[in-house]
Design a protein. Structure first.
Length: 259
């Protein structure tokens, strides 16, 4: 079915940060990237406004050179910057959401997947095993630093860039949405668990505040002091149990009351 430019702009305006217009145009990698970064951190969503006509034409199979042969895509500084940025972003998310996983395992894997995702946007792709190998090697050399790991993986991705094969059958919309949902769930689940654990800790702290405040009230401290000095009712022996031995002042006061 032919894609319409007006519908694409409507989806861009209504759900652009979630990549609805990319789902409509069959650009699932771009849609997933926008879902996980909220429209390329806002700037990518605005940038899409000027590219929608070309993407609609490409989705309809018009205005695009279909025979690329064995050519290599031209180097794109914008794509390289996106690979480095998204790789760092995925690495930081892995460090926050998976603190129980060793950093030398979780972070390079997340960085490599982020770089590969940006590499797969549009009609291009890259060699995923080479990107992951570069990410793990750089993470080992730089002791888990995210920036050099992402930079090394991005350079390898640019070195192994290529066009996607054409003429592949399109997947049904339900299957595409299912795969996108699984990818978003895998990304968000560790962050959600981390957030719930943090919220439970904060709630426990809040619930203990009334008791702590009661124990530290000046009025309670003053009353306790007055009971010890004998100016208020109550007995320290009752407060501290039968093992409490009253002071000599308390004994003299009791004898005076008896007299």
């Amino acid at each position: 079915m032919a894609k319409r430019l007006l519908v694409a702009y409507g989806l861009w305006a209504l759900g652009g940060p979630l990549g609805l217009h990319h789902i409509y145009l069959g650009r699932d990698s771009h849609a997933l990237l926008w879902m996980l970064t909220l429209g390329g951190f806002g700037g990518g969503w605005i940038w899409d406004f000027w590219h929608l006509p070309g993407w609609v034409a490409a989705a309809n199979g018009t205005g695009v050179a279909r025979d690329r042969g064995g050519t290599v895509p031209s180097l794109s500084p914008l794509r390289l910057a996106g690979q480095v940025t998204v790789g760092m972003y995925f690495g930081l998310v892995a460090a926050l959401g998976l603190p129980w996983v060793p950093a030398l395992l979780a972070q390079p894997l997340a960085v490599g997947l982020g770089v590969q995702l940006v590499s797969s946007v549009g009609d291009q792709t890259a060699d995923a095993p080479s990107i992951l190998a570069a990410a793990f090697l750089a993470s080992l050399l730089f002791q888990g630093w995210v920036l050099p790991t992402s930079l090394a993986a991005s350079i390898v991705a640019q070195r192994h860039r290529r066009y996607k094969p054409q003429g592949m059958p399109r997947t049904r919309l339900a299957a595409r949405l299912y795969h996108l949902g699984l990818a978003c769930l895998a990304f968000a689940a560790p962050l959600a668990c981390r957030g719930l654990c943090g919220a439970a800790g904060v709630l426990g702290t809040i619930l203990t505040l009334p008791r702590a405040v009661t124990e530290l009230l000046p009025l309670r401290a003053g009353r306790f002091l007055a009971e010890i000095l004998g100016f208020a009712g109550g007995s320290p022996a009752q407060e501290y149990g039968a093992g409490f031995e009253p002071s000599s002042w308390s004994k003299r006061q009791r004898r005076a009351y008896e007299v």
